[in-house]
Design a binder for this molecule. Structure first.
Ligand SMILES: N[C@@H](CCC(=O)N[C@@H](CS)C(=O)NCC(=O)O)C(=O)O
Length: 224
């Protein structure tokens, strides 16, 4: 079955699906849309996905318009190398990490980095209301990073010995922090978020582990 993933380079939700396919060792095509040209809001794309969001996954007769929904479908359609575990307990563990990441980690990342990385704004001046909001979002982000760090204390992946949907959902978010350090070092230093490897050694090793998986390179944003 031919699987095509419509996404935007670096979009975290699109990246989730590319990683899920990689973990399951399923081949796929990528159709990269250029957000700056509004390609995700063009009429032909809106026919596939009326919300104009990415990812959209087209596989045979099915069109999937949600990243986590796509991971769940992939796992039912192709049971090898499961993304949601083999037992009920593993599934519960993975779904919990997935939704916690979607609710809390994604929100914290968005609150901290949307102005910086998407709008290209500097971090707000100290003593402003915006600075207080960014500091508070950064605290939430640190809390979420520490939770993931703790999960990796005794296992190589977030939910056990093999890469799962939990890793597919969390990896793009954590990789985005590294991206911010690489591209906006001074801003990140102001918030004490430049020494990620020292602060979160388990997360750092996990990031390398995933980056070394076969097929990972195909998932990476084109200009990173
Ligand atoms: N629940 C959806 C959310 C998709 C979503 O919001 N994707 C972002 C990119 S990460 C997007 O398309 N943003 C552009 C927009 O909302 O116009 C999913 O997980 O697939």
């Amino acid at each position: 079955m031919q699987i095509t993933v419509y996404t935007v380079s670096g979009a975290p939700r699109g990246w989730r699906v590319l990683l899920g396919l990689t973990f399951k060792r399923i081949d796929y095509d990528i159709r990269l849309l250029e957000a700056s040209k509004g390609e995700h809001k063009a009429a032909d794309y809106l026919e596939l996905n009326p919300r104009g969001t990415v990812p959209t996954v087209v596989a045979g007769n099915i069109v999937l318009r949600d990243s986590i929904g796509s991971l769940a479908w992939l796992d039912r359609q192709f049971p090898d190398n499961p993304l949601f575990g083999k037992t009920a307990d593993q599934a519960a563990d993975i779904w919990q990490i997935v939704f916690e990441a979607d609710d809390y980690l994604r929100t914290a990342i968005n609150d901290v980095f949307f102005p910086l990385l998407v709008k290209g704004e500097p971090f707000p001046d100290p003593d402003t209301e915006e600075a207080a909001e960014t500091t508070e979002a950064m605290e939430r982000l640190r809390f979420e990073c520490q939770r993931l760090e703790d999960l990796l204390d005794e296992q190589p992946y977030l939910a056990g010995n093999s890469a799962s949907a939990a890793d597919a959902v969390c990896f793009p978010e954590i990789r985005l922090i590294q991206r911010a350090v690489e591209t906006r070092y001074d801003d990140m230093q102001a918030y004490g978020m430049t020494k990620l490897a020292e602060q979160y050694p388990n997360l750092d090793a996990w990031k390398s582990r995933i980056s070394n998986l076969e097929g990972y390179q195909k998932t990476t944003p084109v200009h990173w």
